[in-house]
Design a protein around this ligand. Structure first.
Ligand code: ZN
Length: 435
């Protein structure tokens, strides 16, 4: 369906254009307005899922954390001896996110510690936050900073930082079983496009495409639109039972810059999503990397107490491109073709996780005696590496519920048909059962 891709491209671009100016943070009305837009996107699909809104009060204990105060910005301005220096009406990156309300007049030297710039990228405004330390600051281009004259400056950060709520969105596409695939993305960054708008746009498009599917998936699909770190921690605190049903998952972040795909394995390293993505991403010339404990919300999902089979899909690795966390990560930085490619990759992964046959070895302690069951006819040296007999051994060795026939075909170099024949024989002998 050519039109699905073309329409999707337009939809994703339109969504990003609408959402780009909103002043998002880990809490506040910018997040709620973004959830409104996401809800409208999902409702526009044929059988689009409802976006459930969750509002968790400030002060709620969540795992080892506490839901913070809610921050809302009206406007931040800086005026100097020559007049207006900056206003967040031009870019919401000009204020350090979570800055405390401030109205102060001070000399340039006293102002400097509150100003943030990028000396190596003198035309870009940096993105800075102070979520968990009450402080204030302003961000500007280094060129603008260097031109500031001595004199008196007036800072006004017209904002509120008060008890309120943490907001996040959750949608469920019911499948034929309670087994779940979790897809999660961040909604906490202000006017930055690749980080996080591309993830929101791609995940919404994935949901639309899967909800248009003529037959439901076997897995139930759960979509999370959450603020970084505190959002996944809050969700995990409130959904411990749900986590037991998650069979595969993906954090989607930085989905639209022009680099090839990068898949970061889950901490388990060979969960079904890890195996499927290793194939799909490598086929496309992308990179597959091992788990490490920093990055995005995979840190929370993969923390050892949960150890969920959740990997991460990105294009460039975060922090490795100069546009990252700067005003240069704008709408032009996101490439529509790449974003469509990310959507297709996620759809292919979901379909593969959902549909590829996987088995469990029912006699996993030592090799079962195949000769006794008439399954192993080979004698000394007669075993051809392409034979069904080899397929029996590969299937018994890797049928752990995570490796599919396709994964085992790739590892063993055996033709899929030989593995299918071998799998049928092992199922008949009660040595394998469908996972
Ligand atoms: Zn970021």
């Amino acid at each position: 369906m050519v039109s699905a891709g073309a329409d999707g491209r337009k939809r994703m671009r339109a969504f990003m254009e609408q959402a780009y100016p909103l002043c998002r943070s880990i809490t506040g009305n910018g997040v709620r307005a973004t959830l409104d837009l996401l809800d409208a996107e999902l409702q526009a699909a044929l059988n689009g899922p409802t976006l459930f809104r969750h509002e968790v009060p400030t002060g709620t204990p969540v795992l080892d954390w506490t839901v913070p105060k809610e921050w809302n910005l009206n406007r931040a301005t800086l005026d100097g001896p020559l007049g207006r220096v900056l206003t967040t009406d031009d870019s919401n990156l000009h204020v350090v996110s979570y800055s405390v309300p401030t109205e102060v007049e001070l000399d340039l030297d006293d102002l400097r510690p509150h100003l943030f710039t990028l000396p190596d990228q003198p035309d870009d405004i940096p993105y800075r936050t102070t979520y968990y330390r009450e402080a204030w600051g302003l961000c500007m281009t280094h060129r603008q900073y260097e031109a500031l004259p001595q004199g008196r400056y007036r800072v006004k950060i017209d904002a509120t930082l008060e008890p309120g709520h943490l907001s996040y969105g959750e949608a469920v596409l019911p499948g034929l079983t309670d087994d779940e695939i979790l897809l999660s993305t961040h909604i906490c960054h202000p006017s930055l496009a690749n980080d996080n708008l591309s993830g929101m746009a791609a995940l919404t498009e994935v949901a639309r495409r899967l909800s248009d599917r003529p037959k439901p998936l076997r897995h139930t699909l759960r979509l999370l639109f959450i603020p970084g770190t505190i959002g996944s921690i809050t969700w995990l605190e409130r959904n411990r039972r749900t986590t037991e049903r998650i069979k595969a998952g993906l954090v989607l972040a930085g989905a639209g810059d022009r680099a090839p795909a990068t898949y970061k394995r889950s901490r388990r390293s060979s969960s079904r999503m890890d195996l499927v993505m290793a194939r799909l991403v490598e086929e496309r010339g992308g990179a597959v990397i091992d788990y490490y404990p920093y990055g995005y919300d995979e840190r929370q999902f993969c923390s050892p107490g949960f150890d969920l089979p959740v990997g991460r899909l990105s294009r460039s690795m975060h922090g490795t491109y100069p546009e990252y966390h700067t005003s240069a990560d704008d709408l032009d930085f996101v490439d529509d073709d790449t974003l469509v490619d990310t959507v297709e990759l996620v759809l292919a992964a979901v379909e593969a996780v959902d549909s590829e046959p996987r088995y469990l070895n029912t006699q996993p302690h030592g090799e079962p005696q195949l000769g006794r069951r008439g399954l192993y006819t080979a004698v000394g040296g007669a075993v051809n590496s392409k034979s069904t007999e080899m397929g029996l051994l590969w299937l018994l060795a890797y049928s752990d519920g995570e490796h599919s026939l396709n994964d085992i075909a790739r590892m063993s170099g055996l033709p899929t048909e030989a593995l299918e024949t071998a799998a049928d024989a092992l199922v008949d002998a009660d040595l394998l059962r469908p996972a």
